[in-house]
Design a binder for this molecule. Structure first.
Ligand SMILES: [Zn+2]
Length: 222
């Protein structure tokens, strides 16, 4: 009986493999494994989305004596967007989940602390002294945020059939101080009787708008 540590005779016929080659092969396998792991985790993990329902607490948003309250509508629609994104596997960070005042600085801090690939979307509704004003506006500050702004804007305009008031650049604090891709969506005028009633009273319209925002986000971040 052969001793277990004894090299079988047949193996001596194999070509000679120098030890450094074996080490190199192991290193190569290890690197390929690591790269696969990184690739797989990036592919599986959907990007984090920071949702920022505008206003809250003592800041109702909009203009004084406005019939439909902006802080309430922005939170309702943001929660619908959150649900849709969570269902698609995204991680969602909300800057507020109830009727509370959050400083603009804190909203930006939350976004800047989010993972590097995260995107920030601030949800607002417009208001104007002239009640006939209506339509959708979408804002960004950095050029690299333009693509997300356009993606959200196009879908919200298409879903609502409302007037396209354009994608615009603006120096809003939450956009200007943001180190993530950042967009601010004005989803319609609460001071317009028809648009305001739709945004504030119609669950179906709110869902339609929220789905459009979520679809816009998902078309850009994965
Ligand atoms: Zn607002």
């Amino acid at each position: 009986m052969r001793h277990p540590t004894q090299i079988p005779r047949d193996l001596t016929l194999l070509p000679y493999i120098p030890p450094y080659f074996g080490r190199g092969l192991r290193l190569l396998c290890w690197c390929v494994g690591l790269l696969y792991f990184i690739w797989a985790s990036l592919r599986v993990q959907a990007a984090t989305v920071v949702l920022d329902p505008g206003h809250g607490g003592y800041d109702p948003g909009g203009v004084p004596r406005q019939r439909f309250i902006e802080k309430k509508v922005t939170l309702e629609i943001s929660k619908l967007i959150q649900a849709r994104l969570l269902a698609s596997g995204h991680k969602v960070i909300m800057t507020r989940t109830r009727d509370e005042f959050v400083e603009l600085e804190d909203r930006v801090d939350i976004s800047n602390s989010a993972p590097y690939r995260a995107v920030f979307v601030s949800i607002h509704c417009n208001s104007a002294p002239n009640s006939s004003a209506h339509g959708i506006e979408t804002y960004h500050y950095s050029s690299r945020s333009g693509r997300l702004a356009q993606a959200i804007h196009t879908r919200v305009v298409a879903a609502t059939g409302e007037e396209d008031r354009g994608v615009r650049k603006a120096r809003f604090y939450v956009l200007r101080k943001n180190r993530r891709v950042a967009v601010l969506a004005e989803l319609g005028f609460l001071t317009n009787p028809k648009e305001g009633a739709n945004l504030a009273r119609s669950a179906r319209y709110q869902k339609k708008v929220a789905d459009a925002v979520a679809a816009g986000i998902q078309s850009v971040v994965r």
